[in-house]
Design a protein around this ligand. Structure first.
Ligand code: THU
Length: 136
């Protein structure tokens, strides 16, 4: 699975977003270390705070299927009804959820607003992190 292939799966997942309130559709594709991929999209709700981001949808789908080890996630987002992607780095809550199951070298690809994707590590996006070991 190449980075480009994972990003294209995120674009495909974006098509399954439910975002009638924000009008901003997001898709994610999560690559597990065993090679399996889980996709997710943002799912909004009439009670606005109950909505869920695409990244956490994908991570919770994977975790609830027993996966605990992830190596890369791709995220693609932009205005609904448009093929265009915007710059869409993961929100802070999603970064923290990634941290639960991923180490500092976990790779995050996100649409860069120019038709391609940017590449970061979790350590870059979440420095001075609080993780499971912080509780011991
Ligand atoms: N959203 C995501 O799905 N992932 C992010 O990392 C940023 C924001 C969603 C949440 C909401 O449904 C919409 O984008 C607008 O904020």
């Amino acid at each position: 699975m190449t980075e480009q292939e994972l990003f294209e799966l995120a674009i495909g997942a974006r098509g399954r977003s439910y975002a009638p309130y924000s009008g901003f559709t997001v898709g994610a594709a999560l690559l597990c270390t065993d090679g399996t991929v889980f996709t997710g999209s943002n799912i909004e709700n009439a009670s606005y705070p109950m909505g869920m981001c695409a990244e956490r949808t994908a991570i919770f789908k994977a975790a609830s299927e027993g996966k605990r080890s992830f190596c890369m996630i791709a995220v693609a987002g932009g205005p609904a009804g448009s093929g265009r992607t915007a710059c869409c780095p993961p929100c802070g809550a999603c970064r923290q959820v990634m941290r639960e199951f991923a180490g500092p070298d976990f790779i995050i690809l996100f649409s860069d607003g120019g038709g391609g994707f940017a590449k970061r590590t979790l350590k870059e996006l979440l420095p001075d992190d609080f993780g499971p070991e912080s509780l011991s």
